[in-house]
Write a protein that binds this ligand. Sequence first.
Ligand code: FE2
Length: 324
Amino acid sequence: MLTLGIESSAHTLGVGIVDNGKVIANEKAMYKIGTKGMIPKEVAECHVQNVQAVISQAFEKAGVKPEDIEGIGYTKGPGIGNCLQVGQIAAKTLSKKLDLPIVPVNHGIGHIEIARVNSWMKDPLVLYVSGGNSQILKMTKKPYPHYAVMGETFDIGIGNMLDTFARGAGLDPAWGSTVEKTAIGGKYIEMPYTVKGMDFSFTGILTHSLKAAKSKKINDVCFSLQEVAFSMLCEASERALLLSNSSEICVCGGVAQNSRLKGMLQSIANEHNARLGFTENQYNADNGAMIAFVAERMLKGGAHAKLEDCDIEQRYRIDRAQIF
Ligand code: FE2
């Protein structure tokens, strides 16, 4: 089966094609975030300008024609409304034109499922860490197969926190990955730490770090921010690992690209004889292949949405999405 997926929930317009679970194209165009962050209208306009070219690139890369495609999926949410709409309209247009079955996909399920399958895991504890989300999840069968949330952020996602810090502290480019590079060689300074059970909060440490960046060495602030924020995630994940009696941890989402976070999780996994799984960075960053990957599983499992029901939902919670 050949399935096409379109991702457009935030700064990335991605188009992927999978052939029975194998990714044969994963093309993208990204909105360049300046000092003001993401302005929804501008990001959506950028996606509109790029969508046709990225779809064509995906067909070219995969070596297939539009009429070879057998199913289509798009990101329903969560994400920025204006941006989600671009992918939704493109997918619905292709579905109508090519008479293809279409399914709406949860963005987080895309990240989790491609990471889980690529790391050969069956039923792991999942740490999903991206810009808009930070959650600890475990698959459950009742009342329908889905990922139940064991713990999550009380306020902002860790990726959003790191990007906001990078912008506020004047790092260039203003991404979490610049925080990771700047942290090298830094020394520890005290930071606020907020974990309640398996939930955590990042706004306190963000405010504190932005203040500290005005008077302390920037690499010390970046180092300490990462150490403390990742420790919060690790403490909550370790508790969830023991409570769920899991022997596997799968980390995914944009912040799963961070080597220090993976190193800290590896230590926890070693201590509890568990295996740590993660996938290639191209699937941790936002991408269309993960949407195609999940859409194909959904279509094979019998999911099929009517064109008029293919909507978007900015706050589409992961625990409401059925797993196929
Ligand atoms: Fe994402």
